[in-house]
Design a binder for this molecule. Structure first.
Ligand code: ATP
Length: 247
């Protein structure tokens, strides 16, 4: 990486699909930010002249104080925000210029895990996870085929019929992880995925992220969690006042 990292245990076929799609691409970057600046309409500075390159298969942490621009960086990567200046390239697409269907297509290749889970309250664990696939037009059979191994990977087979309110915070976070990975995206973004979790639950989330990375997914995680950084022992970049520093 310069400041310039398979997949869910969804079965070997899927791992291979994910990896095959990347075959021959591996030397190309998954994420490239060139002189990226983000100033919000109210004048707040999100990012200032950020350059970052993340290669396929990398696993990096982005850390930094509250308000330093961590969420802004992830939002630019999945196109929720557009840069004021500079280029945001994800999987060879210039995200800032994508609109409508093209942006939706890119987003299918990006799994996002939010700190506040964003689960649908009146839907079961199974429904929350399958919804993404259903929305993408997967067949019922394909959804079934992916569901069980994904539930297994996050350790929630026994909670498949529960509603979010019947789950602990750690379990809800694992449902949100399952939802992000069930489509086998080559890029996984996680915004403070252990922000609300105790050390045991944080460790299990980290294990799942590492497993996905071992299967070939590129993983970018924002965190304040020093314990998580020590446990993971991966590349860390720091944001301070919208500027990026290595290590
Ligand atoms: N939608 C928005 N409109 C205006 N300003 C915003 C918006 N989103 C973020 N900001 C500002 O941009 C800066 C960076 O915010 P960001 O949420 O990226 O920080 P962060 O590092 O993720 O913080 P935290 O760790 O508290 O989540 C902050 O000054 C924030 O107030």
């Amino acid at each position: 990486m310069t400041t310039t990292s398979g997949h869910p245990g969804i079965g070997k076929n899927h791992q291979h699909q994910a990896l095959d799609a990347d075959a021959g691409d591996e030397l190309r970057g998954m994420v490239k930010l060139r002189s990226v600046k983000k100033i919000y309409p109210n004048g707040s500075c999100g990012l200032l002249d950020v350059n970052l390159e993340v290669k396929r298969g990398d696993f990096i942490f982005v850390t930094g104080p509250s308000g330093s621009g961590k969420s802004t960086l992830l939002k630019l990567l999945y196109g929720e925000e557009r840069p004021t200046d500079g280029e945001v390239i994800v999987d060879n697409c210039n995200v800032g210029q994508l609109r409508g269907h093209k942006l939706s297509l890119l987003r299918r290749r990006i799994g996002v895990v939010f700190q506040d889970y964003k689960l649908i309250p009146r839907r079961t664990v199974t429904e929350n996870i399958s919804f993404v696939l259903w929305a993408q037009g997967f067949t019922h059979k394909e959804i079934e085929r992916r569901l069980v191994p994904t539930l297994k990977l996050v350790g929630l087979q026994h909670k498949a019929s529960c509603f979010p309110e019947e789950l602990s915070g750690g379990e809800q976070q694992r449902v949100s992880l399952a939802r992000a990975i069930v489509g086998t995206p080559p890029l996984l973004l996680a915004d403070e995925p252990t922000g609300n979790l105790d050390p045991d639950n944080s460790a299990s989330v980290l294990k799942i992220l590492q497993k996905l990375n071992n299967f070939g997914a590129t993983v970018i995680v924002t965190t304040h969690d020093e314990r998580l950084l020590r446990m993971a022992n991966k590349t860390v970049v720091q944001l301070r006042d919208g500027q990026l520093f290595q290590g």
